[in-house]
Design a protein around this ligand. Structure first.
Ligand code: 1GP
Length: 256
């Protein structure tokens, strides 16, 4: 598959090597920049494959910049911005999930923030990773903020239709999001049906994944990249938690 820059190549290489890769999400609004750096370092020790930085509220400005700076001080892993809007961009990360929230009701999250952000992405030298972002029930804060018409949990074919539309629009990654801190993650059946529709586009799954078992279930269903945020923030031993998750998902796929 066509890959633009080193971050995307690194994600593809991790998926190729491990079957499923793991992303650690750090919300700059949840801790001090120094603590964020420590979390990233511990996640790196636990074999996470990249760090995502973002959040729906308060992840911008000085705190965002300092959080990325502290993370980059502590690890050489790719640092990928996960912006809720144009304010979630900064010049010291490596890449950005350049997302369109395909099931939003408002043009703001479909294309307006992207148009305002595109010149900044270029000026900051961020690698844009084109991504279809699809929010599934319950959706949490991001579902509300993003004014999403949430995909019902029992309608995997709707998720697959949006995912395929994203792929046909040229997006090389698709993110199925249940919402940060969701009671239940994206259903395994939905992951499987979406991955079948997507073929070689990378499927990212996150929201409500709190254990190695839940991560393994998503990986087995077909997720290429698993995101954990809240669980990493809340666990007592980040390196231990992340190594349990990566041990559960870093299994090479069986030879076809
Ligand atoms: C949120 O999918 C991510 O955008 C991560 O969710 O915080 O529940 O791990 P959690």
């Amino acid at each position: 598959m066509h890959a633009n820059g080193w971050v995307e190549r690194q994600l593809l290489a991790a998926v190729e090597k491990f079957g499923t890769a793991h992303l650690t999400l750090i919300d700059p609004d949840s801790q001090s920049p120094a603590k964020a750096g420590e979390i990233a370092e511990a996640a790196d020790q636990g074999q996470t494959d990249a760090i995502m930085v973002g959040g729906s509220v308060g992840a911008s400005g000085t705190v965002l910049h300092q959080t990325v700076a502290e993370i980059k001080n502590k690890t050489d892993l790719p640092v990928i911005l996960f912006p809720a809007g144009v304010a979630g961009l900064c010049d010291n990360a490596d890449a950005v999930f350049f997302m369109s929230l395909l099931n939003s009701r408002t043009s703001s999250y479909l294309i307006d923030n992207q148009a305002l952000g595109a010149p900044l992405v270029r000026a900051f030298g961020l690698e844009p990773l084109p991504m279809a972002y699809i929010i599934v029930e319950p959706g949490g804060t991001v579902g509300w903020v993003g004014d999403a018409r949430m995909i019902p949990r029992k309608k995997p074919e709707l998720a697959a239709a949006y995912a395929l539309a994203g792929k046909f629009l040229g997006m090389r990654l698709v993110y199925l999001e249940a919402g940060s801190g969701a009671d239940s993650p994206v259903p395994a059946k939905m992951i499987a049906i979406v991955k079948k529709a997507l073929g070689d586009a990378l499927l990212v799954v996150g929201g409500g994944i709190r254990s190695a078992e839940a991560a393994a279930d998503a990986a087995k269903a077909g997720a290429d990249l698993i995101v954990t945020g809240t669980a990493v923030e809340r666990c007592e031993d980040v390196s231990r938690f992340v190594s349990d998750v990566t041990a559960a998902v870093h299994r090479p796929r069986p030879f076809p």
